[in-house]
Design a protein around this ligand. Structure first.
Ligand SMILES: [Zn+2]
Length: 492
């Protein structure tokens, strides 16, 4: 090597052609690659445009519904118990209608009406950008959320200033910019807004697959940060040789221990109060046994098939508020967990549903059976746990309805009111199914979570099947869909 030879020196003839050919091939491949990126962008623009169309259609539906309410005229004097004005009733009927039709929770339907109204009537530039595919629906939602508590005139300025960012930033970065600008433009003090925000505080539970759940909390910033800080300190204090749990796992374990037992298994050391020195944990009761609910044991139902309990079957058990759980865990819970009420099911035994039908009050054991049968509120899509629901007589007791399983179902207070104060109708064929009819006349059926009790169509099942097909034509109970999220026109 004399240091003078070029890259192709000494190469056999024809290599230049090969290089040219491979350049051309690479350019062609990149061109196709780029074309496919463009196709993905086009598809995304169509999604955005469809979302803009959905907003327009949903707002039309709202306008039409409100016009129908207006056409009905004012309610007769004294016919509006508990604030059920025609407008309130119309809105509940409307929200229920859309929730059933789109198979979404009513809270989501309610939000869709508000978002659509805002986009079509106030944030018109945002709606246009969505229609043109320049922003995603999530960007539009951020704009709606951030302007929700701004007066309309401030909202217009805010939208004008913020929209260019929506067209160039990811949603997460857009949220940051939006929040900063909102602070500058908002006419209301942060103190007042925090007070409103505090009213939204809550804790919720979402079932996840594979025997897991998500326990979430909506808290004030300082309590949330302090609580997370304390969990981190506890987790760090549990470092021990041989303990190979990650920090995240230890934090989760510490949370469970604190909530269920009021303390953690390991010595906390000076973890209590270690909230990052913010001193903001006051009022949260951190560290005090009384404040952590020491000794409080929730009662949770676990329904175990008899054969599973005996270890002769691996059929899953059901944990109330969650769903199917591992038979091994269920056997442990049934054996030695005082917080759990065990309910055994035997597909052959059904006499338990035979109760005194002459009393209005629902006997405690029938109540328990219904709780196992329903698990949650029986309205389409509603997941309120049965334990927090009312037991409703489908046909009012005063109108001849009896106190038996075939005429009772769990309804959360909101759906109990919906049944009594709107034109949404509920029919209970007596076999565990509940049929709902909306204002538009569409019907949706919800199914019991568990089919314990009398077989459908049998004498014990309560009301006669009426115009339902004979029981022989029904699918086996095991094939019935769960109530949870499964709504739709009757499969019969
Ligand atoms: Zn409900």
């Amino acid at each position: 090597m004399n240091g003078l030879s070029g890259p192709n020196e000494g190469a056999p003839p024809g290599d230049d052609a090969v290089v040219l050919e491979s350049d051309a091939l690479e350019r062609a491949m990149l061109s196709t690659f780029d074309g496919l990126v463009s196709s993905a962008q086009s598809a995304e623009r169509i999604v955005s445009a469809s979302m803009a169309l959905r907003a327009a259609q949903i707002d039309k539906l709202r306008v039409w519904s409100e016009a129908m309410v207006a056409a009905e005229g004012p309610a007769a004097a004294g016919s509006e118990p508990h604030g059920w004005t025609p407008a309130v009733r119309g809105r509940r009927e409307l929200v229920f209608e859309l929730a059933c039709a789109l198979r979404i929770p009513e809270s989501t339907a309610d939000r869709l009406f508000d978002e659509s109204r805002q986009l079509v009537n106030v944030l018109t530039e945002t709606h246009a950008a969505l229609r043109e595919g320049e922003i995603s629906y999530r960007h539009a939602q951020v704009m709606v959320e951030q302007t929700a508590t701004l007066p309309d005139e401030a909202a217009a300025d805010y939208e004008r200033e913020l929209l260019p960012f929506a067209k160039t930033l990811t949603v997460a970065k857009f949220v940051r910019v939006a929040r900063k600008k909102r602070e500058v433009l908002h006419p209301e003090s942060i103190t007042d807004r925090r007070q409103k925000g505090l009213e939204e505080r809550r804790v919720w539970l979402d079932p996840l697959p594979d025997g897991m759940t998500f326990l979430g909390a909506h808290l004030s910033a300082e309590i949330g940060v302090a609580a997370h800080g304390r969990l981190t300190e506890i987790a760090r204090a549990q470092d021990a040789p041989g303990d190979d749990r990650t920090l995240a796992q230890k934090r989760a374990d510490a949370l469970g221990d604190l909530l269920l037992d009021g303390d953690t298994c390991a010595a906390e050391g000076d973890a209590a109060g270690a909230a990052g020195g913010s001193g903001a944990g006051s009022g949260s009761g951190s560290g005090s046994p009384a404040g952590t609910g020491h000794g409080i044991r929730p009662k949770v139902l676990v329904t175990v098939p008899m054969l599973t309990l005996l270890g002769k079957s691996e059929q899953p058990a059901t944990l109330e508020g969650y769903g199917p759980i591992d038979p091994h865990v269920a056997r442990q819970l049934a054996a030695d967990a005082p917080s759990f009420t065990r309910v055994l099911t035997d597909p052959v035994t059904s006499a338990i549903l035979d109760f005194d039908r002459t009393k209005y009050a629902v006997p405690a054991d029938l109540r328990l059976v219904l709780r196992v049968r329903d698990e949650v509120c029986r309205a389409p899509g509603c997941n309120s746990p049965a334990v927090n629901c009312d037991v409703d007589h489908s046909v009012d007791f005063a109108q001849g309805g009896t106190t038996c399983a075939g005429n009772l179902s769990h309804l959360c207070r909101a759906h109990h009111n919906l049944k009594h104060h709107t034109r949404v109708r509920l029919r209970n064929p007596g076999d565990g199914r509940i049929e709902w009819t909306t204002r538009a006349g569409r019907t949706y059926v919800t199914y019991p979570a568990n089919t314990i009790g009398a077989p459908p169509g049998s004498a014990q099942a309560g009301a006669p099947p009426g115009d339902w097909p004979p029981p022989g034509d029904w699918p086996p109970p095991g094939d019935w869909p769960k109530t949870d999220g499964t709504i739709g026109p009757s499969p019969f």
